[in-house]
Design a protein around this ligand. Structure first.
Ligand SMILES: [Fe+2]
Length: 220
């Protein structure tokens, strides 16, 4: 019997159940961030203590109240979040009778040494972060493989070779002022400690706006 040549067999990879992380860079971030820093610091002045609850992931930072999107001073950034949310809604083929909109929006100021332990955001579809001030080494955000079964037994991967992206079990994003990252609310994420070395404390702080998104019926 002749030897079979299998080189013409088909071979395919199909990806299902992906974890989608969206990002956007605001073209006018410098101006927006200048205003936001002023307004967030004003919030902090008014609410020195901030929100401190044991079930919050933030350790060592200041956490504003959760309704900043209702305040005039945060209207512009709230609208930019809504614009990005509308793109996600369209990209995912959501029902246009619903609007993917902000349910809560808050600010966090992480001074050097502070960080966020791993957590998820229950009760919404998507969550996001917008970086207002992000000095060098002020804390990468790290997302972890959500299929925990997959973490139980890992394959050995070729050394000195970049592992294919679909086989990663975590991914880190560097904080960049003006960048917005939106991720599934169920995706575990943590923020590394702020190790910024700016001489002035206020320049070394990592300042963010964070938010949760849910679908709301469009008002007629
Ligand atoms: Fe979070």
């Amino acid at each position: 019997m002749a030897k079979k040549n299998n080189s013409s067999d088909t071979f395919a990879q199909e990806v299902y159940f992906p974890t989608m992380i969206y990002s956007s860079k605001l073209h006018d971030a410098e101006e927006i961030n200048r205003e936001l820093i002023k307004n967030i610091r004003h919030e902090q002045e008014e609410d020195r203590k901030g929100i401190q609850r044991s079930n919050f992931s933030n350790l060592g930072g200041w956490h504003s109240k959760n309704h900043l999107y209702k305040k005039k001073a945060f209207k512009d950034i709230a609208n930019r979040v809504r614009q990005t949310a509308a793109k996600i809604s369209e990209d995912c083929g959501y029902d246009p009778k619903f609007k993917l909109d902000i349910g809560t929006m808050w600010s966090i100021i992480n001074s050097p040494g502070s960080f966020n332990r791993s957590h998820i955001h229950p009760g919404c579809l998507w969550s996001g972060v917008y970086y207002v001030q992000a000095p060098k080494n002020s804390g990468h955000i790290e997302f972890t493989e959500p299929r925990t079964q997959h973490l139980m037994d890992q394959a050995s991967f070729a050394p000195d070779t970049k592992r294919p992206r679909q086989c990663w079990t975590k991914v880190r994003y560097e904080p960049i002022a003006g960048k917005m990252i939106i991720f599934p609310a169920w995706l575990y994420h943590a923020v590394m400690p702020n190790l910024a070395e700016e001489a002035k404390q206020e320049d070394a702080e990592r300042i963010i706006i964070s938010f949760n998104l849910s679908q709301y019926p469009v008002k007629k």
